[in-house]
Design a protein around this ligand. Structure first.
Ligand code: 5GP
Ligand code: ZN
Length: 226
């Protein structure tokens, strides 16, 4: 069953190229069909957790929720630094950072990566371009938390359900947990019939996926240059 295809990463993280990091608690991987420029998944490794429904596990287990939040915060930093690597040089608001970095690195004694941060100006806040959460009705069986950039610009973004699943209340953010028992968030209703709204300007594309895709192309060009 292809729905079990996330399990091998959990069992044998050392054998998979898509694995970014792992420890006893979590494996962090690249999504094989990314729906945005950056798309990572966080997988808990405890069998008692990974067989649970994410909404249930994150609402009923405060220890797991706390650990998950901490890991998401960490993985958001990884995703943000990847955005900076890809778009830092074209981004207007990142220019002060890029300029300072360039002069720092051309000095006779360049600092180590870990000590660079405090020597550089803020630049663009790339972390605010990263979203995270779980799907109300996941398609894959093993518990996973999505961490992705919010551009929705990707060849793998192929149909309406893909788009809606990351841009509506079908996605539940980590900061929304724990959900109360009986919360309407457990039952999003007829979500595939909802309209598609541009994540950036809010324009309503109703059911017109091809037109939305064209528009996302334009928004992507502006967004990375912000
Ligand atoms: P869900 O809709 O269940 O919340 O998301 C499952 C995610 O797993 C999707 O974004 C999908 O692209 C990703 N995925 C599915 N199969 C594989 C796989 O074999 N390897 C990796 N790395 N990601 C996968
Ligand atoms: Zn727009």
């Amino acid at each position: 069953d292809p729905r079990n295809n996330l399990l091998p990463y959990i069992l044998h993280p050392e054998t998979h190229l898509e694995v970014i990091e792992y420890d006893a608690d979590f494996v962090v991987i690249r999504d094989r069909y990314p729906k945005s420029t950056i798309h990572l998944l966080i997988l808990p490794r405890d069998p008692a957790l990974y067989t649970q429904h994410p909404l249930h596990a994150l609402s009923s287990n405060p220890d797991f929720l706390e650990k998950a939040k901490q890991r998401v915060a960490h993985v958001k930093k990884i995703a943000a630094s990847e955005l900076r690597r890809q778009f830092g040089l074209v981004s207007k608001s990142d220019a002060p950072y890029q300029k300072a970095l360039e002069s720092l690195m051309s000095s006779p004694d360049p600092p180590s990566p870990s000590s660079r941060a405090k020597l550089l100006p803020q630049g663009r806040d790339w972390e605010k371009e990263i979203i995270s959460g779980v799907h109300t009705h996941p398609s894959m069986n093993h518990l996973h938390i999505h961490v992705l950039s919010r551009d929705m610009h990707s060849l793998c973004m192929k149909h309406k359900k893909h788009y809606l699943s990351f841009t509506t209340s079908f996605m539940v953010g980590l900061d929304e947990f724990p959900l109360e028992e009986g919360s309407p968030r457990f039952h999003p209703g007829d979500w595939p019939s909802w309209d598609m709204l541009c994540w950036r300007c809010g324009r309503n594309f109703k059911n017109q996926f091809a037109r939305l895709k064209e528009h996302l192309e334009e928004e992507f060009e502006e967004w990375k240059r912000e």
